[in-house]
Design a binder for this molecule. Structure first.
Ligand code: H79
Length: 422
């Protein structure tokens, strides 16, 4: 029982979303997997709970930054692998209300993004490194500690964790109105190490979980990380070469990408992607009929840091002028020139040139099909010519442009990068 087609179409048309990874890991500020990477005990992780005090948290500022970047929906980590709940769950004490934050952080988030007319989705971790009934497996932070492992053997009951998981999902989908996306993360059924099995659909009871979600929110979309069929697939930090398929059929998809390789706030990170590269990722996704869900990891004070804000604002300068080639646009039947992508919306074809060519861009197969051409950002005319056959220039010989190719006449420099000469 898949989601209604209208929901798929709506998410597709939105094309560009904001992923928000926010949790206790914002405080160590060195990647959201820090508990696993550094094999921290619950006691060692406890200070982050006790000091979680996002006094500057104002999701209206986040929503505004997202809207100005050109994003049309958002997905928030209600709980990540660390097990900490951002809302006032009735099923755990390990939640925002019991930290110095002392309030439900999900409610204002949902309200703020809806006020900007953005769709709202929930990320929810299947993995839980805090819950006492989550069976220790190879991904557990303390799996290397043989004494700990032995002490836990036979003491954890997945059935109890499963009830907790389903119960929390029910809370999320009954308290915050219509939710567009449920983004579960993640299953690893084939994995066995330390003689411990991975986890998959039997552990989560994915079938019942999907039934629960659809029963509560008939229009919602569910991703496919439940080790069970979902509505869309989510390549992670990976732009696929061709549109992803399942059983040979193209499926709705959304690439999730980081600004700097970390999902949680990562203070010392030097691996920031340029706005230009991120725009190319967005274009690449749309050209293959996919979405881009771009992540920000807010700080422990509750803000997007300056680097994230500057990047979003720069992306917004691009989407404001080029949105016609993105929202409601999709792939084209034509093959773009090397290092370029086509997106298409109705009878408008958009050529995105990742590398600016020298004066001419050759577009095979478009002969006779173009009525008018212009640069998108300033509507300035682009002249073009079509080659009717093998053309010979008296000075340079055969031109080497095949029949049916359209050649655009471009300025030497990319006009939006021109620096005025004073
Ligand atoms: O929330 C963000 C990440 O923290 C989470 N998904 C995004 C959205 C995520 N992190 N890693 N992964 C998902 C994939 C994990 C891969 C690995 Fe492994 C875990 C590599 C090694 C350990 C899974 C288990 C693959 C091999 C073993």
């Amino acid at each position: 029982m898949p989601a209604p087609q209208a929901s798929v179409d709506k998410l597709r048309a939105r094309r560009f979303g904001l992923f928000v990874h926010w949790g206790l890991y914002a405080l160590p500020a060195r990647h959201e997997w820090v508990k696993k990477r550094e094999k921290l005990t619950d006691e060692q992780y406890q200070p982050y709970f006790e000091h979680f005090d996002p006094d500057l948290y104002d999701p209206r500022v986040w929503a505004k930054a997202a809207a100005e970047a050109g994003m049309k929906y958002t997905v928030l980590t209600t709980k990540h692998h660390e097990g900490f709940s951002l809302w006032d769950s009735g099923l755990t004490d390990y939640k925002a209300t019991n930290t110095p934050a002392a309030r439900d952080l999900v409610r204002p988030f949902v309200d703020a993004f809806r006020a900007e007319d953005l769709g709202v989705g929930f990320y929810h971790s299947l993995i839980d490194w805090h819950h006492p009934e989550y069976p220790v497996d190879a991904l557990h932070p303390r799996v290397d500690d043989a004494d700990f492992r032995a002490s836990q053997a036979g003491r954890r009951d997945i059935e109890k964790y499963r009830r907790y998981l389903h119960g929390q999902v029910e809370e999320l989908l009954t308290r915050y109105g219509d939710i567009d996306v449920m983004w579960f993360d993640f299953s690893y059924p084939g994995m066995s190490a330390y003689d411990l099995p991975g986890k998959g659909h039997d552990d989560w009871d994915s079938e019942a979980l999907v039934k629960l979600v659809r029963g509560l929110q008939p229009d919602i979309l569910i991703n496919n990380r439940l080790d069970f069929p979902g509505d869309f697939t989510t390549p992670e930090q990976f732009q696929p070469h061709t549109p992803p398929t399942i059983d040979g059929r193209e499926v709705p998809w959304e690439a999730c990408q980081t600004l700097n390789g970390s999902w949680g706030y990562d203070r010392d990170n030097l691996d920031w992607k340029s706005p230009d590269l991120l725009v190319r990722m967005l274009v690449d996704s749309v050209s293959k009929d996919g979405n881009l869900l771009l992540n920000v990891g807010p700080t422990g004070r509750g803000e997007f840091d300056e680097r994230a804000l500057a990047t979003l604002s720069e992306i917004g300068r691009w989407t404001r002028r080029h949105g016609r080639s993105i929202y409601g646009a999709g792939p084209s039947e034509f093959t773009p020139p090397a290092d370029g992508r086509y997106t298409q919306r109705g009878d408008r074809l958009y050529l995105h040139l990742f590398g600016w060519p020298f004066r001419h861009a050759h577009l095979p197969g478009l002969g006779g099909r173009i009525k008018y051409a212009q640069l998108l950002h300033d509507a300035s005319e682009v002249k073009f010519r079509e080659y009717a056959g093998e053309e010979v220039d008296s000075n340079i010989g055969v031109k080497g442009v095949p029949h049916g190719t359209v050649t655009l006449e471009l300025p030497v420099q990319r006009p939006d990068q021109l620096v005025p000469v004073v």
